[in-house]
Design a protein around this ligand. Sequence first.
Ligand SMILES: [Zn+2]
Length: 175
Amino acid sequence: MFEGREVDGYATPGFKCRMTTQPHPHLEHDFMGLAFRQAEAAAARDEVPIGAVLVDSTTGQVLAADHNRVEELHDPTAHAEMLVIRAVSTGRKEKRLPLCDLYVTLEPCPMCATAISFARLRRLIFAARDPKGGGVEHGPKIFQQPTCHHRPELFGGLDETRSATLLKTFFQSKR
Ligand SMILES: [Zn+2]
């Protein structure tokens, strides 16, 4: 059961989520906890269980929380990171979000890493590294490319086990 205030700025209208606790707005594990609850909600809906939360770093306010919706929207770009960035930038009518921090349960893919750079996000915090599909520490390493003009502050590997277990359980159930 979730206690606490409702989160404003849902990426999808009608989709509700709540913070469990709000002892201090800047406690990072709260934001990652919220991202994980999104990921779990995704698994329950047969979406790849990855969740993301976009936070205003100046206020600690959660601006958007969402999970992968590739199946639901029939949209190969509907990754959690893309959805929260789009929700906030279009909602604010601002193409750049330099004061925002993104919490995501898995290392972003190259597409999302590029979007993070384009949005000029301040910080990227991800729970587990993804050697197979990640684009930050693996594959094209987007932020290290000379064509990349903005590199967020990076914090990777915050909670490898929880994220990996979630994904493993999901894909095992698909077999
Ligand atoms: Zn992605």
